[in-house]
Structures are given as C-alpha cells and as structure tokens.
Design a protein around this ligand. Structure first.
Ligand code: GLA
Length: 515
C-alpha cells in the first residue's frame, strides 16, 4: 500500500511548530542523548524492584515477565526495556571481570539478552556506583568502571540503572561522569538511568552524563503500593519541570499502578500523573497477574501519547483550588495541550478549567477529548467544567481540531538478527526485522547510518505503518568466525532534519565449515 503523504506531513507540521515556538523544548547546554539520540521520549518498560525487591531473581522469572509483556499487549503499547534489577546475581572473578550466575541464569546474562531482543524488547540491567549493590549481595562498579561497562556492553544491555548504595566518600558528579565515559569507551549505546534518589540534585547536571535520574527515594517497599508516599514524590517532581526534555528526564521511580494497595481509581490517577510528569513509564507490578482493568490502564494509547509526546514537556500545577489541582504546561506536538484535573479531596469536586488557566484566550473555541472515556466534546469557549470523584482525575486534551493524533509508538518484532553460514561456498543470507508505529501517522522511512561492516547491507521497505529492515549478509571472502554489528537507523523528521527516534539492533553472523 502506498503511503498517504498527508499523514507524514502531519508529523512534519508538528515539528515545524516545535522548531518555531520558543521554549517548546527545554534547552540543555550539554545533553548526553545528543550523541546517541536514545530516550528522546521517556523510556517505557518493566523493572522488578517494586514487586520482587532484593529477592534474587532468575531467568525463569524474567522470561515469564517478558512473555507476559508481549501477550498482555504492553509491548504493542510501547513498553520495551525489561530485565533483572538487584536480582541480577553477578559476581566478580579473580581477574576482576563480572561473571554470570549460571545456576540462576543458565543461558548467561548474554543469553537472557538474546531472548529479550528476539521478543522485540530491549534489555535492561542493573548495577551500583559504589563498592556493593544495595543488598550487598553483588559487587558495585567502584574502581571497575571501565571493565564493568565493557561487561554490560558484552551482555548487550540497552539500558542500565546505576544505583547509589555504598558510595561513602564518593563524589556523585565525578562518579556518574566516569561511568558515562566508561560507557562511551565500551562502545555500545546504552540508556543510563542514574539512581542517587535526588542526592547531588541530578536535575542540575545529569543531562550531560545520563538520560534519566531518580529524583526521590523508593516509591514503596517491595510488594505493596504506598499511595501517600507516591503523592509526596509527585509533589517533589512537579517542581522540577524545567529539567525534563528529550533525552533527559526526571525519574520519580517505577510505577505502582496495578500493585496491591491501590484501587482502580488510584491506578488510573497514578498513571495519568506519570503521563503528565513525562516520567519514565517503567511498570513495577507483576505482569503475570494483571487484571483486565490494570492492562487497560497501562495500555491506554491516548494517555501514553501524552507521555510519549515528542516535545517532551513536563506538566506542572497551574492552579490549586482546595484539594483539587489543575495541571497543564504540557503543549503537545500537534499544537494541542494536555490538562489534568486531580482531586485529592474526600468529596467529589465540580471544577471549572478556564482557558486562561492554561494560557489560552477566553474567546478560543476548543474541542476537549477525555482520554479515559475517549469522548470528544465541544467546541467550548472560555473553558469547561468537569466533575471529579475523590482520588480521581480528568485527563483531557484540548485542541482547535478534533484530530487528537497519537505520536509515534515504535514497536519491533525483534531487535536481533542471527545468521549462520556453513560450508565452504560463499553465501548470501537474509534476516529481516519489522518495525511499526502504533501512533496515528506513518513515519518517514528509517534511514540506516553508514559505516556497516563490509559483509552486511540493509534495505528498508515500507508497508503503511510497518517498515521492514532486510539485512543481507554476503560471506564471500569472510573467514570462519563470529561477527557482530550494531545497526543504527534514524527516523528523521523532514523539516528539521533531526532524528525523531533512533533504532538500534544487533546482527550476528556465524561462519562455520572449512573455507
Ligand atoms: C535502591 C533503588 C531501588 C532498587 C533497589 C535495589 O533502593 O532505589 O529502585 O533498585 O535499590 O536494591
């Protein structure tokens, strides 16, 4: 099927708006992501701590979670990064090298990564910047920064959370800067998730050495959500809105939606707040045991579209009325705005959101989309009134048109191509991966970066919202051995010429037999 040119143009116009509106992006003098274009929207995925804590994890658990991520539809909604946290169970050998616990991870940490990549997901791993991890069960990276970053690259991590336990006497800026340099030296592009719980005020400096940073302490004790603590974290993060933007995010911690201790209303409100905060959407619940309601909340593409908006603005409170908050300040790529009305009071609240509350002329005639009921009302002039139950929210999108497009939600069927050539004759082998967007518009064609090894070429074809990257390997003149390449393709917005997102995947070639 031929592409509809106007669909792609929709994105182009949006980015033109992005380029022309002063302050549409929070400029940061030095942004780590400028090198790799990773995490241009808040990372989405799953991490074990909220549910499983320090309990040593194992390959079986992580694979079950991975399978649930796919079968529940979370992958289709954009959740991609997944892997063990404190339960990673590596140790350091006599030579100083990190080694996998093969009893807990029989395929090795590289093997687990391959499993995750073949499922169309990205591999998240964990370490600590100090002498030991928080549980003290595993070695930290202190004084082993370069060899450990090489190990994470060898295991093919795509995301690395770096904790801050057991760091007595260490300087937080110097330590995370060294880890950033070590990761660069290791050569694999990896999302760096800094976890000093706000120590050293990372929102002031960490954009140059990481892609996201924890702002606050742990959101709950493992196994049970803590609503009160989550609300304190929201209040602390709300103040930091200026620090967030493409490639550099405030991280208020993994999500508690879907865990024991929260009602359905609280799950929905929590998720809406994380969307408005442009927070990483790392689910923290047990994905193997989700109710239908939890799945519906976590996969609401209209709400996710607010979080994954390419402008990357973090919303903030623009007006308080008693225990009701009106959140805005989150202009979206199509010129619309996200607005959240959150009622922390004990009684239902009737709330008027005036256009002047959100910086719009009273005379404007605007459509209002409710992102939970999926209904559009209007056009309204002056503002709108909503009734919000206790603990509940109205998550709204306000626009001049009724279009309400969802931004790119990129989903791949695999991030690993493995090819095997046997025997003496030269061979041509192919392996394809399919990448699609579940957003409203088709994407420009992925553009493969030059610099591939001589044995590999990649062709890109489009079928509507899906594109296929066909990897062709020619073994003429290639000796026996194992070969590896990381392919990078960019989705370049036509007007600004800047990547909207960068796609990375691995290609392995094994050549055996006499030649
Ligand atoms: C710290 C972090 C948590 C988790 C644990 C693991 O407490 O803040 O998110 O990673 O360590 O021990």
């Amino acid at each position: 099927m031929r592409k509809k040119p106007q669909a792609i143009l929709g994105i182009a116009i949006a980015f033109l708006f992005f380029a022309l509106v002063p302050g549409a992006q929070n400029p940061s003098p030095q942004v780590h992501a400028a090198d790799d274009d990773l995490a241009l929207t808040p990372p989405m995925g799953w991490y074990p701590w909220n549910e499983f804590g320090e309990e040593p994890q194992n390959e079986k658990l992580i694979k079950e979670i991975v399978d649930a991520l796919v079968s529940s539809g979370l992958r289709e909604a954009g959740y991609a990064y997944v892997g063990p946290d404190e339960g990673i169970c590596f140790s350091r050998d006599a030579g100083g090298k990190l080694t996998t616990n093969l009893v807990r991870y029989p395929s090795g940490l590289r093997g687990l990564g391959d499993y995750i990549h073949k499922k169309g997901l990205k591999y998240a791993l964990y370490t600590d910047a100090g002498t030991r991890t928080c549980s003290k069960a595993m070695p930290g990276t202190k004084d082993h920064e370069f060899e450990d970053m090489a190990a994470f690259a060898e295991w093919r991590a795509d995301y690395l959370k770096i904790d801050w336990c057991n760091t007595e006497g260490q300087d937080v800026v110097k330590t995370y800067t060294k880890l950033h340099d070590a990761q660069h030296a290791a050569g694999r592009p990896i999302v760096h998730s800094l976890c000093s719980w706000g120590e050293g005020e990372p929102w002031k400096w960490a954009a140059s050495v990481g892609h996201l940073w924890r702002t606050t302490g742990d959101i709950c004790r493992p196994g049970r959500a803590d609503w009160g603590n989550a609300m304190k974290i929201v209040a602390a993060n709300e103040k930091l809105y200026e620090a967030a933007g493409p490639g550099h995010w405030n991280d208020p911690d993994m999500m508690i939606a879907g865990m024991a201790g929260l009602s359905e209303t609280q799950n929905r409100s929590f998720f809406s707040l994380w969307c408005m905060l442009a927070a990483p959407l790392m689910a923290g619940n047990d994905l193997r045991k989700m109710t239908t309601s939890t799945i519906q909340i976590l996969t609401n593409l209209e709400a996710i579209g607010i979080n994954q908006d390419p402008l990357g603005l973090q919303g903030r409170i623009v007006r308080r009325s008693g225990r009701v908050e009106i959140w805005a300040g989150k202009r979206l790529f199509d010129g619309s705005q996200a607005v959240l009305v959150f009622n922390q009071g004990a009684a239902p609240a009737d709330v008027r959101v005036a256009w002047s509350d959100i910086g719009i002329a009273e005379s404007a005639a605007l459509y209002v989309r409710n992102l939970w009921t999926h209904q559009t009302a209007g056009p309204h002039r002056g503002g709108i009134s909503v009734r919000v139950a206790p603990n509940d929210v109205a998550l709204l999108r306000i626009s001049k048109t009724t279009a309400f497009p969802v931004p790119p939600i990129i989903v791949a069927d695999s991030y690993l191509v493995s090819l095997h050539a046997a025997g003496p004759a030269a061979q041509k082998l192919t392996g394809a991966i399919t990448v699609k967007t579940n957003g409203s518009d088709e994407l420009p064609l992925w553009k493969v970066r030059p610099g591939l090894p001589s044995w590999l070429s990649v062709a890109v074809t489009r079928n509507g919202k899906s594109q296929t990257l066909t990897n062709t390997v020619s073994t003429a003149g290639v000796k026996k051995g194992l070969y590896h390449a990381v392919v990078r393709a960019d989705n370049i917005e036509p007007l600004s010429g800047k990547p909207m997102s960068a796609l990375y995947y691995d290609v392995d070639l094994e050549v055996t037999g006499s030649r």
